[in-house]
Write a protein that binds this ligand. Structure first.
Ligand SMILES: Nc1ncnc2c1ncn2[C@@H]1O[C@H](COP(=O)(O)OP(=O)(O)OP(=O)(O)O)[C@@H](O)[C@H]1O
Ligand SMILES: [Mg+2]
Length: 160
């Protein structure tokens, strides 16, 4: 499995990565975000949503009460945050897994909380704090689709 590391030195650079990713995704894609509190998972999701065409009106915040928020854009975006998930039984009960194979793109904050339910094909993003405005993004490509897509992002970021 390929792991690609990209450093972001600013919010603008993070946005560039997130928007590029938004141009490359398709229905059924699953993007997992992990990293400490305040690493930038929600920020990345907001920028990704903007790239998909979510309107300002529908602005992305963390779905703290619902676990999942749905946004209509180029393709439907299902934004999950599993931080407050009581137990992984809850995910079985609520049938979230159906979304992972559904007709939209899923972004999962704190996906490590539900590791055993994740689909085989997915992009896992670990965000690590470096300094106030810099972060390291490590992209783990599970499945056939992601290495090519990530290659495009790496090339685009090189020519910035
Ligand atoms: N280069 C950068 N990339 C992303 N975020 C950055 C960057 N520089 C600074 N930040 C700031 O880091 C903070 C990240 O907070 P955010 O809520 O996105 O984290 P989170 O990982 O979702 O945390 P939580 O686990 O609490 O949900 C934001 O205030 C954002 O503006
Ligand atoms: Mg968050």
């Amino acid at each position: 499995m390929e792991v690609i590391r990209i450093e972001s030195g600013s919010l603008e650079e993070t946005e560039k990565i997130a928007v590029l990713l938004a141009t490359l995704v398709d229905c059924g894609d699953v993007i997992c975000l992990n990293g400490d509190l305040g690493a930038g998972k929600t920020t990345f999701t907001q920028q990704f949503a903007k790239g998909l065409g979510v309107s300002k009106k529908e602005y992305v915040t963390s779905p703290s009460f619902a676990i999942m928020h749905e946004y209509s854009c180029r393709i439907p975006l299902y934004h999950f945050d599993f931080y407050r998930l009581g137990s992984s039984d809850e995910i079985v009960e609520l049938g979230f897994e159906d979304f992972f194979y559904g007709n939209g793109v899923c972004v999962l904050e704190w996906s490590d909380m539900i590791r055993e339910f994740l689909p085989e094909d997915r992009l896992e993003i670990l965000i690590e704090y470096q300094a106030e405005f810099s972060r390291v993004f490590s992209f783990s490509c599970y499945g056939e689709l992601w290495p090519d897509r990530m290659g495009k992002i790496v090339d685009a970021m090189k020519s910035r």
